[in-house]
Design a protein around this ligand. Structure first.
Ligand SMILES: [Zn+2]
Length: 121
């Protein structure tokens, strides 16, 4: 896990940019779906570059397979099956299965959190 370490502020900027890109993708989807896919592409590049996962609220809004932006009721279907969220991509037919659990643990358990605190204060 020591690969691609980035300062906290950089990661925060990356997350903010990803949020902005997905927001735009969401807004423009109705009129310009191809632009939405471009925004997703850019956001995923940021994610890779900064070694930072896509914000959770957006991670189910694009297809992991074809990278299309997904808009429930338009080009994807979301179903709750057992304790999984199944997202069916209408673009390529890929089904993503996301375990449906609410855990707050991992937020606090980030390993560099303790190290970062010293720098913050
Ligand atoms: Zn797809």
């Amino acid at each position: 896990m020591s690969r691609g370490k980035r300062p906290k502020w950089m990661i925060e900027i990356a997350i903010e940019r990803m949020n902005i890109l997905f927001d735009r993708a969401d807004m423009e989807f109705i009129t310009h779906p191809e632009r939405s896919n471009r925004y997703v592409e850019l956001a995923l590049k940021l994610s890779t570059k900064y070694n930072t996962p896509v914000p959770e609220e957006w991670s189910r809004r694009y297809c992991k397979e074809c990278k299309s932006f997904l808009s429930p009721g338009r080009n994807c279907t979301v179903r709750l099956v057992n304790s999984e969220v199944n997202i069916f991509c209408g673009e390529c037919g890929h089904v993503m299965k996301i375990p449906y659990h609410k855990e707050k643990k991992f937020k606090r358990r980030a390993k560099y959190e303790s190290r970062q605190k010293r720098n913050d204060e």
